[in-house]
Design a protein around this ligand. Sequence first.
Ligand code: CP
Ligand code: NVA
Length: 310
Amino acid sequence: MTRHFRRDDDLSPAEYLQVLDMADELKADRFAYRPLEGPRAVAVIFDKHSTRTRVSFSVGIAELGGYPLVIDAQTSQLGRGEPIADTARVLDRQCAAIVWRTFGQQRLDDMAAASAVPVVNALTDDYHPCQLLADLQTVRERKGTLAGLTLTYAGDGANNMAHSYLLAGALVGMHVRIASPAGYAPSADVLARAGEIAAQTGGSVAHVTDPYDGFAGADVLATDTWVSMGQEGEAGDREAPFVPFALTADAVAAAGPGPVVLHCLPAYRGKEIAADVIDGPASAVWDEAENRLHAQKALLTWLLAQEATS
Ligand code: CP
Ligand code: NVA
């Protein structure tokens, strides 16, 4: 059966760690795996803006021996309303995998349901699982381990990053705290699913509305923009409630010893993260951005290996 990466928990806890191990191997040797040698093409489709995802998938697919076919959805027939399933049936005859950044999660799920090749979520409104692979690779590099660490994400608890921190953090046995204003809480379904996973891995999940209940003693502090792509019309409302949740020097001081600060980028200095934090000694954001490359190459290699053995 074709394996997809629609959301973080499409991988089991053991599979998730396997991909992280391969990401480390690929970081040590950029050409350790060449599953796309030929070259085979991978479609990388964007319904939304991107810098890191576009670059890391393009470079990564080339380094795996393949050809990145980067498609702007607006200039494709998808952008004119061609059914997602029909698009999948055209792409899967010519491409080894389909990577897609889009809006609603259902669109991605529909592509996966119709595709005979792996479909990878390059960000939806609901999840950003490729980012989490890179984030957790980065944390493990800095801390030497993942299970048992406390990771606090502060900001919009209802967005794609918050949901992926919950699921991926639970998969690797972390204690994940989401600190957000009450009106921006994580989806109850995602919180429940993450709780189920954490019960198996020895982790835990919690939602708190006092930011310092989140920051206190944390090993990892993460944040993201308060205004995600598609929410630009709400920018005015998405400021005042979030200010207490910003990653400031005080937030970092409240964390545990040697905290790791993450931000998926793009960052807005002076809003969700202070300039002296993102540009300071605790920040791992540039390693985090680089690790998108290694983690996604590992993911594609892993997914294609399942194809070969199924
Ligand atoms: N972090 C991330 O996904 O960045 P881009 O939006 O630039 O791809
Ligand atoms: N939550 C942000 C992440 C950007 C990488 C957004 O969806 O715009």
